[in-house]
Ligand binder design. Structure first.
Ligand code: CMC
Length: 433
């Protein structure tokens, strides 16, 4: 760094190049390297983007060392404690918490869009019954662009807004239908008089032959899980949505791309993998053996629900999840959940083990979420679907922010090429045996 705190100097092949340093409202400064290639002919190299800010954003802030997560400046703990998911959606999308009348209008707009085109219900029949619900989600959300043509013009702000409202409103319906199809039960239509979370629980667990009333404590827990997953800065799936959207692709296609990325076990698929891990361990007495396996690099076993690219401290969402897990289990009268015991023992063992301490590995949002979702009645295959449902508002808010940025360009990274240099074609008969 040069003496001037707002300027960095890079010396390459004896030539010094000045690069501006930009500051955000909080968080690390960034060195603006956009002119680096033009000035030096060199690229930067950062696979995995460990030191790269891919965009400017006003939506979500994370301080990984301190374990801080802010949505539009508001701490996640306050939103989870005092807010609800729909106002969190409004906040992420429009930038401010809604006034009472804005809230009323937003709620009306969202509930107006909760049903899906009736023809979409038949789209599900094309899937095998045993299809993973995430496979169904990728396909059905992608197919929304075939059903809602009137909101795919990304240059029209009103169409962008309608597409966004449609996705926030319809994702619970689409996710619940994926679940119902999976278990062979009839689809349940949305009920607009209910809250967002209670309506979702009803679409998942009601059957036409019985009355279903969502337990308010469980609906509140569901809502809180949605808040905790609503956005998380430039993670892999959000970056996927931005990259897909940077080419001008329609928003439904972009969100489908985000869902595909989220599915991976290093990202949203970790909640499913974490619960599977707790089930496989089965008993707190087996925790030391499991920890030993994780530390043995040749085993390639990871402690799922632990570690994070950004958090090098306790993930603030994990703390709220842990508290919510206790509330849900108490409400359901589950006194001794063996998986919760395994999780607690695992957390205790890992947090006092040098391997995890040195690498700053702490529980992340997925460590306790599976325990809650299982207690609510969801099979593991639905866990990542619920994550996708909640993250849709984050993806769509980030997509909107990108589209509305006047300097927006197609995302097009470069590479360090290590393949064969130029060589001439050899006819097949001259290539040896
Ligand atoms: N268990 C055991 N060792 C781990 C773990 C883990 N969960 N996570 C990281 N490490 C070790 C890793 O082996 C490496 O050790 P060494 O320096 O000896 O090679 C070191 O810690 C750094 O790991 P990394 O893979 O370079 O870190 P990363 O930032 O690329 O990975 C991560 C972040 C989330 C992919 C990783 O921690 C992980 O695989 N965790 C388990 C999966 C998980 O819970 N994912 C959910 C993330 S939160 C929700 C979401 O984003 O969707």
């Amino acid at each position: 760094m040069a003496d001037d705190p707002k300027k960095a100097v890079l010396t390459l092949a004896g030539k010094a190049v000045d690069m501006p340093v930009k500051s955000g409202t909080i968080g690390p400064d960034v060195v603006d390297i956009t002119k680096l290639y033009a000035q030096t002919g060199a690229f930067t190299f950062d696979p995995g983007f460990t030191s790269t800010a891919s965009c400017e954003s006003k939506i979500t802030y994370i301080d990984g060392d301190e374990g801080v997560l802010l949505y539009r400046g508001y701490p996640i703990e306050q939103l989870a404690e005092h807010g609800d998911f729909l106002e969190t959606c409004y906040l992420l999308y429009y930038g401010e918490l809604p006034t009472p009348s804005q809230r009323k209008d937003f709620e009306k707009n969202i509930t107006y869009h909760t049903m899906v085109h009736e023809q979409m219900t038949r789209f599900y029949q094309g899937f095998r019954r045993d299809a993973h619900p995430m496979a169904v989600m990728v396909a059905v959300v992608g197919a929304m662009s075939a059903f809602y043509h009137d909101s795919t013009d990304i240059n029209d702000p009103r169409q962008r807004e309608i597409a966004s409202h449609r996705m926030i409103a319809k994702l619970p319906t689409i996710a619940a239908m994926a679940f119902k199809y999976h278990i062979g039960q009839p689809f349940i239509y949305p009920q607009n008089s209910l809250s967002y979370a209670a309506n979702f629980l009803r679409m998942c667990f009601a059957v036409p032959c019985e009355e279903y009333v969502a337990n308010p404590i469980l609906a509140r827990a569901m809502d809180r899980i949605f808040i905790l997953h609503a956005d998380h800065e430039q993670n892999a799936s959000t970056s996927t949505v931005r990259l897909a959207g940077s080419s001008g692709a329609n928003p439904f296609a972009c969100i489908a791309a985000g869902i595909a990325c989220l599915w991976g076990p290093a990202h949203g698929g970790a909640n499913e993998a974490a619960l599977q891990m707790l089930t496989d361990i089965g008993d707190p007495s087996k925790v030391p053996d499991f920890i030993a396996k994780v530390k043995d690099k040749t085993s390639h076993i990871r402690l799922m629900g632990f570690g994070h690219r950004v958090y090098k401290n306790y993930d603030p969402r994990a703390k709220i999840m842990q508290k919510t897990a206790h509330e849900v289990l108490a409400e359901l009268g589950i006194k001794d959940d063996p998986l919760l015991e395994v999780a607690r023992e695992l957390e205790k063992a890992a947090l006092s083990d040098q391997y995890f301490i040195e690498r700053k590995l702490y529980p992340n949002v997925d460590f306790y979420s599976g325990i809650i979702l299982r207690a609510l009645g969801f099979p593991t295959s639905m866990f990542t679907v619920l994550f996708a449902l909640a993250r849709t508002v984050g993806w769509i808010s980030q997509w909107k922010e990108m589209i509305e940025d006047p300097g927006q360009k197609i995302g097009r990274p470069r590479q360090l090429y290590t393949g064969a240099p130029r060589r001439d074609y050899v006819p097949v008969t001259q290539r040896g045996k």
